[in-house]
Design a protein around this ligand. Structure first.
Ligand SMILES: [Zn+2]
Length: 269
């Protein structure tokens, strides 16, 4: 039963862990990952911020796929990894939980000290006036304007997306902001978009207060998450990594556990 004994003692020795989670944490909840065990793209890379903002055709395609993909994404439930990290927080072992995931499953599992580094898919933001609205309301608006679409069946893709190959998006209607007519975008950080500065600074402040870092289920191929590992290493904080597959932090980690997150963290429950 002490298979993960090194991880247990790493966690037990610290009281203020800076926890960083990624897609591997949500994979057991049925939310697919973008990358394989070597950190390479498994599928077509997601739409960039620039492409989304520049073209109505790109937005039709994004929201058409998302209209179909949302149902399963929205229905996903937390798994043992989320519950173990919520328990770690209740035990007083977590300084903060910074997640690269946009699914809100840490909060559903009961974690309170969470920073959503890349935003939340359950909110929609107007790029004109900045108003934020609930995705559930926008989902209803999308379905009302595109009544044939919700019936489409499709394979799931990451971030509430769906694989809709060979579908014509030209007649898809994307509602605009009801207040200002602006472009509506999911309230998540797209590829090619920066994480808001105050959010990064808030996370850095927690990292400064932490005594160690624990990475759970991320290959850290995206710099927006990797920079926290760099900062932790530069300030001499020990780093443990739980991930199935290679990560960009392997050389900096004092402990690497190559296992599914929900299995490696189960001792916390
Ligand atoms: Zn607006």
């Amino acid at each position: 039963m002490m298979k993960y004994g090194d991880l247990e003692s790493f966690i037990a020795r610290r009281r203020r862990l800076f926890v960083l989670t990624g897609a591997g944490c949500s994979a057991p909840s049925g939310i697919p990952d973008y990358r394989d065990a070597e950190g390479r793209w498994k599928r077509v890379p997601p739409v960039t911020y620039q492409a989304f903002m520049a073209s109505e055709a790109t937005r039709r395609r994004y929201w058409g796929r998302s209209l179909v993909g949302w149902r399963k994404f929205h229905a996903a439930a937390p798994n043992l990894a989320h519950r173990a990290l919520a328990r770690l927080e209740r035990l007083g072992g977590s300084e903060v939980l910074l997640t690269q995931n946009v699914d809100g499953l840490h909060q559903t599992a009961g974690s309170e000290g969470v920073i959503d580094l890349h935003g939340r898919l359950d909110r929609v933001r107007c790029m004109g006036c900045g108003a934020r609205t609930a995705r559930s309301a926008f989902q209803e608006a999308l379905a009302r304007r595109n009544p044939e679409w919700p019936a489409l069946e499709a394979a799931e893709a990451p971030d509430g997306d769906a694989e809709l190959d060979g579908v014509d998006f030209s007649n898809f209607v994307t509602p605009a902001c009801s207040a200002c007519g602006g472009v509506l975008k999911p309230d998540v950080v797209f590829f090619g978009e920066s994480v808001p500065r105050d959010r990064v600074e808030r996370a850095y402040a927690h990292l400064a207060a932490a005594d160690a870092m624990l990475v759970v289920g991320s290959s850290l191929m995206v710099y927006s998450g990797y920079r926290f590992v760099e900062r932790a290493a530069a300030s001499g904080k020990p780093i443990a990594v739980v991930n199935l597959g290679r990560t960009r932090a392997d050389a900096l980690a004092s402990l690497k556990v190559e296992a599914p997150c929900e299995e490696a963290l189960a001792f916390l429950l």
